[in-house]
Design a protein around this ligand. Structure first.
Ligand SMILES: Cc1cc2nc3c(=O)[nH]c(=O)nc-3n(C[C@H](O)[C@H](O)[C@H](O)COP(=O)(O)OP(=O)(O)OC[C@H]3O[C@@H](n4cnc5c(N)ncnc54)[C@H](O)[C@@H]3O)c2cc1C
Length: 388
């Protein structure tokens, strides 16, 4: 097994790193302060730089590279900020992957080129007030009526709500119980009857808007059908790749917190010597480094095994779960090692801790991932429902 990056990959990573370090910190500070997403001009600039749709098909405007290449770019940008990296995350690991893998050709041709050029952001809308971990309890309905689909219901916690141009909305599409009745339809923001509630303000994820979304007899064309009823398994397969994007975000936050604090403990002196001279500080640094490297290897395994297809649920859940726990631990240790400066808003670690925490809830809570891992281990699903 060769862990060396190719010349092209090294160049891609270097380009993203240089761009991120030179161009993005000021924008990231503003986004964090205002809690508003970066402007569309930045998203178009990402497109020009080749950072959008890296792993999407070249025939639809993507770069046609691998998921691994997309990870290399996303990590560098997410080291600066999750919110700034969010358009890259959405275009390489978001719901557009479900469109690429499962939507009819004409829908792919209509949507994917716009995503790759930065003209369109597509967000994912699964969760509802009474369907979070128990996603198959979702109630939002989509009924086919001739060549139209009529959607009714309410969604919650969608990252990008109100800001994204289109939404992959998971809906109940038949009377079949649970997963069997679920499919997904693409709803454009301007569809009549589609409205947004008040902005949520999270502990972290500032600059990534979230709001309830209401569907009141929203009509879209039948050609917006991405996956019909019975396709829940396909949606989850595409979502396994989204989990690799989530893992990359966690890794980037953890790695950048570590890089910062590794320098800090060498510069800051107490008791007449650098903090790094204390053995407890050395142990902390070593533990952070071990977990970061393990996260990186699990992520690389998941995307390299998937090649251009979709990763296995086992590889993606193990990687996500480990990285979600790692980033909480690493940012917590980084904060402790910086004492009062770590807790201060004037330094970057407190934001990294707030942002890092959220990734272990988004994309399926950590304990749900652990249940998935155990299910894959023994080759059967465990019902979470009472009385079964
Ligand atoms: C920052 C952020 C971004 C998000 N972005 C999106 C998005 O873009 N689109 C979208 O659709 N949703 C999004 N979500 C929603 C997210 O997917 C849900 O919050 C998540 O699936 C958990 O659902 P819940 O919040 O309803 O918690 P609940 O389902 O109520 O679970 C709460 C806790 O109970 C425990 N629990 C529940 N069931 C079990 C079980 N069977 N076994 C063990 N423990 C269990 C877990 O610890 C869990 O964390 C986002 C959430 C956050 C925080």
């Amino acid at each position: 097994m060769d862990f060396t990056l190719s010349e092209e990959q090294t160049a891609l990573q270097e380009t993203a790193r240089r761009y991120a370090r030179n161009e993005l910190p000021d924008i990231a500070r503003q986004v964090e302060q205002d809690d508003e997403p970066p402007g569309r001009d930045l998203v178009r600039e990402f497109a020009k730089m080749g950072f959008l749709g890296i792993n999407l098909d070249a025939e639809n405007g993507g770069a046609g590279l691998s998921h691994f290449d997309a990870v290399l770019v996303l990590e560098e940008i997410a080291k600066i900020s999750s919110a700034i990296a969010f358009p890259v995350f959405e275009s390489c690991f978001g719901p557009v992957l479900a469109i690429q893998h499962f939507a009819p050709e004409d829908l792919k041709r209509r949507i994917i080129p716009q995503v790759c050029s930065g003209e369109m952001i597509v967000a994912i809308s699964m969760s509802e007030p009474d369907a979070g971990s128990a996603l198959t309890d979702l109630k939002t309905s989509a009924k086919i009526d001739g060549d139209r689909i009529i959607i009714n219901g309410q969604k919650r916690w969608c990252s990008g709500a109100g800001h994204a141009d289109a939404y992959l909305v998971y809906c109940k599409m038949s009377d079949e119980p649970g997963a069997k009745g679920i499919g997904a339809v693409l709803v454009e923001k301007d569809a009549p009857g589609f409205t947004f509630g008040a902005r949520e303000h999270h502990m972290g994820f500032r600059g990534i808007p979230s709001a309830d979304m209401y569907f009141d007899n929203v009509e879209v064309s039948l050609s917006n059908m991405v996956v019909p009823a019975g396709g829940f398994r396909k949606l989850m397969e595409a979502f396994d790749l989204e989990r690799c994007g989530n893992t990359t975000m966690s890794l980037a936050i953890g790695q950048s917190a570590f890089d910062y604090v590794r320098d800090y403990v060498q510069e800051r002196h107490q008791f007449g010597k650098p903090l790094v001279d204390f053995q407890a500080v050395q142990m902390s640094l070593a533990e952070m480094k071990m977990k970061l490297d393990a996260s990186r290897l699990l992520l690389y395994r998941a995307v390299v095994n998937a090649e251009a297809g979709l990763p296995s649920i086992n590889d993606s859940s193990v990687a996500k779960c480990f990285a979600n726990e790692m980033v909480r631990d690493v940012t917590g240790k980084a904060m402790q090692l910086m004492g009062g400066y770590g807790y201060s808003g004037a330094y970057p670690i407190e934001q990294k801790m707030r942002d890092g925490w959220g990734w272990g809830i988004a994309g399926g809570a950590i304990d749900i991932q652990k249940t998935n891992i155990a299910a894959a281990l023994v080759g059967r699903r465990f019902s979470q429902r009472s009385g079964s």
